[in-house]
Design a protein around this ligand. Structure first.
Ligand code: DON
Length: 309
């Protein structure tokens, strides 16, 4: 991969790495516990093809909740905006990503947004295909197109580990099935969702996905429209309002870069119109966001004046 190490970025990574001791690697999905707490890396990918990196950007990790952005884009392409947003809302929550509380107080039991687990499960349920294999294949094809990397696949060990322990996500599904928001077989949906979350990438891949979103869904190299501009706009907006869960407001103020985190320590970020950013740091803060990654994005935003606001 044609990506140069940048000394200034490396200095920021080393400064942010100091915070990784203060967090914890996710353990509720047992296979994620293998990650190394002090890892921290960053890749920047620009629309003109330039790529800068700092740290071990070739290291692989799973998308986890970052996959929610891509699954949402695919579900809207498949079903259209109206159908998708009949089943999932557009409003942020002040609750943790896996909370069930609001489902009981909202009537109908429609999840507040597609970036929390309940909403993401509903969205995955709307991806078109006659089998899990086909639905997942279509999601992977989108990831391959956005990253220009067709070798990306699923980490089956992580998927299995989550499938065996996803009791809370099953509860969300059964609750929503009772209320007619989720349809079909819950075990199949959990298999699809856990495999979607276990798509394995590098920071470089994340940065390229960010760059395509920053460029309104079009690959600047081939000029191919991978996503309609409207769908790119919708997912970027969710990244701002809900991408960092119940830390999205503070993150918007301190960093101001549209971002989506995952419990693997992944953060997908972008600065319109020309920059995609991929961050990996598995040590998490209490809200489930990469502690070093958030610090690093804060420093990056300040140093290069990247806030979109
Ligand atoms: O459903 C879960 O719990 C995980 N597969 C993904 C959660 C996640 O990444 C939340 N991120 N901060």
């Amino acid at each position: 991969m044609d990506c140069e190490t940048d000394e200034e970025l490396l200095e920021l990574v080393e400064r942010a790495r100091k915070y990784t001791d203060q967090g914890k690697v996710a353990s509720y999905i047992p296979a994620l516990e293998r990650a190394e707490q002090n890892d921290l890396s960053l890749a920047l990918y620009y629309t003109d093809g330039k790529c800068l990196k700092a740290g071990d950007v070739e290291k692989k990790f799973t998308l986890q909740s970052v996959s929610k952005v891509l699954a949402l884009a695919l579900a809207i392409m498949d079903r259209g905006e109206n159908e998708v947003f009949q089943k999932v809302g557009m409003e942020p929550t002040g609750d943790p990503f896996n909370s069930i509380a609001k489902l009981e107080t909202q009537i109908p039991a429609k999840p507040l947004n597609p970036m929390i687990n309940a909403g993401a499960l509903v969205v995955s349920n709307m991806i078109s295909g006659t089998s899990i294999h086909e639905k997942l294949g279509r999601l992977l094809a989108l990831v391959h197109d956005m990253t220009n990397n067709s070798s990306i696949d699923i980490d089956l060990e992580v998927a299995k580990s989550e499938f065996e322990t996803a009791h809370l996500n099953r509860s969300l599904c059964y609750f929503m099935k009772q209320h007619g928001i989720v349809e079909g077989d819950v075990e199949e949906l959990i298999e699809l969702y856990t495999k979607q979350c276990a798509i394995q990438v590098t920071c470089y891949d994340l940065a390229r996905i960010g760059m395509i979103l920053a460029n309104k869904g079009t690959d600047p190299k081939t000029k191919r429209k991978i996503l309609p501009e409207r769908i790119a706009t919708i997912v970027k907006t969710f990244m701002v309002t809900c991408g960092m869960y119940n830390a999205s407001g503070e993150f918007a103020i301190q960093v101001g870069i549209p971002s989506k985190s995952g419990v693997s320590g992944a953060i997908l970020s972008l600065v319109p119109p020309s920059l995609g950013i991929g961050v990996y740091g598995p040590s998490l803060n209490e809200k489930g966001n990469s502690i070093g990654g958030v610090k690093l994005l804060e420093m990056l935003s300040q140093r290069y004046d990247l806030s979109i606001f």
